[in-house]
Design a protein around this ligand. Structure first.
Ligand code: TTP
Ligand code: MG
Length: 396
């Protein structure tokens, strides 16, 4: 069956969001990125408005170079949190039309709408509806490619940016594809492109007409893959990212133990791991789980659901420790401990409380710890408590 794939990519995403938030920036060259500091700034351009692109400015360019090209541009620091939020709202629109959504980046996704045609009309109609929804809901423009596969849809979305809509009909694949330069060959890096150019291949058409066997001998299985792409064949499905239902970690002791200090330290350690993974995945959960297996393999699991979702190590541990103290049969040897958090996605209460200041402190601590783990690896830092040697006095 012929599939209908959409590739949606927002136009000048960060810059467009800034122009929306600050209408006085509309129509102006807006450059989102590092501080140019009058041309002496370090760091790079994240993205820029189409008005700034006329000056030759583009993503990943040193900000000092951008400043030389466009000294009158409006330079804005990125507001990642805002872009993430807008991105979430845009993805919600995608899910109004199909469940088969494959996120590619913050502003880009593949949608398989083959099964949505009866409800919403053909691929072009769906693309138009999505563009209209994004414009109405977010006052932003997207470019969409509609094609029988991912590769063609991806190329198509780029062809008429900004605010583009390009449809590739199954019978126009060759005219559409073959005049394009091989830099448009998806997955072919600089090195592969160099090899191809040395073989006299400049366009995707040249590649399509090249003997398949020679390509295979030069590039192995990648040669076959690129040959297929050049003929517009790509049967990779749209892959839905599996929803994470819970985040958990367990530990089996090398030797069963009833030492309360050892057990407590291990629980802290497990909470740190779970908290770290939650924050990495940007998840917060309301249900905290404890798993406890005794030396005879009898196992208990206990959980508690709290009012406000959390990703905070300290908060998770406090609950886990409470569950442990209430359920552990003192003196019995433990074989395994596990900690988990689930119950994501429920709206989080935004109420401010007296505890928020303390909360903030723990959040900072989590942040510093995550940064160190990212930089030096998981074993470099643990809170002092989880490092404490067995046998030492613990605080409550
Ligand atoms: P892109 O979709 O590549 O770029 P864009 O949306 O700004 O412009 P286009 O109309 O060409 O699609 O990337 C999406 C966002 O990701 C972009 O707005 C900023 C960010 N980004 C960076 O921070 N650094 C980069 O090098 C790139 C390419 C993007
Ligand atoms: Mg984009």
């Amino acid at each position: 069956m012929t599939r209908i794939i959409l590739h949606v990519d927002m136009d000048a995403f960060f810059a467009a969001v800034e122009q929306r938030e600050h209408p006085e920036l509309k129509g102006k060259p807006v450059i989102v990125g590092a501080d140019p500091k009058g041309g002496r700034g370090r760091g790079v351009v994240s993205t820029c408005s189409y008005e700034a692109r006329k000056f030759g400015v583009h993503s990943a360019m040193p900000i000092s170079q951008a400043y030389r090209l466009c000294p009158r541009g409006i330079y804005v620091r990125p507001n990642g949190k805002l872009y993430q939020q807008v991105s979430g709202e845009i993805f919600e629109i995608f899910y109004e039309f199909t469940d088969l959504v494959e996120p590619v980046s913050i502003d880009e996704a593949f949608l398989d709408v083959t099964g949505s045609v009866r409800l919403f009309g053909d691929g072009v109609s769906i693309a138009k509806k999505i563009k209209k929804r994004i414009l109405e809901k977010e006052q932003l423009t997207a470019s969409i490619g509609v094609a029988p596969n991912k590769y063609l849809a991806k190329i198509a979305s780029d062809l008429e940016k900004p605010d583009g809509l390009v449809v590739v009909e199954p019978d126009e694949i060759e005219t559409f594809l073959w005049s394009l330069d091989i830099s448009k060959l998806w997955g072919a890096g600089q090195k592969t492109q160099q090899i191809l150019r040395k073989m006299g291949i400049q366009t995707i058409g040249d590649l399509a007409r090249f003997p398949r066997d020679i390509l295979k001998s030069k590039l192995g299985s990648a040669g076959e893959h690129f040959y297929n792409l050049a003929h517009g064949h790509d049967n990779r499905p749209v892959v839905v990212r599996e929803e994470v239902k819970s985040v958990s970690n367990e530990h089996t002791f090398p030797e069963d133990t009833a030492d309360i200090d050892v057990l407590r330290q291990k629980l802290i350690y497990l909470c740190e791991k779970v908290g770290y993974r939650l924050r990495k995945k940007q998840l917060k959960g309301r249900t905290i789980h404890l798993k406890l297996r005794y030396e005879n393999f009898s196992t208990i699991t206990r959980n508690l659901t709290i009012g406000k979702a959390t990703d905070r190590t300290r908060e998770i541990f406090d609950i886990v420790w409470d569950l442990f103290e209430k359920n552990y049969m003192s003196g019995r040897k433990v074989r395994l401990l596990g900690v988990g958090v689930s119950g994501f996605g429920e709206a989080e209460g935004k109420q401010l409380s007296l505890f928020d200041a303390l909360d903030e402190k723990h959040r900072e601590l989590d942040k510093v710890q995550d940064m160190l783990v990212d930089r030096f690896g998981k074993h470099i830092i643990q809170r002092a408590e989880s490092l404490k040697k067995p046998g030492k006095k613990k605080e409550g």
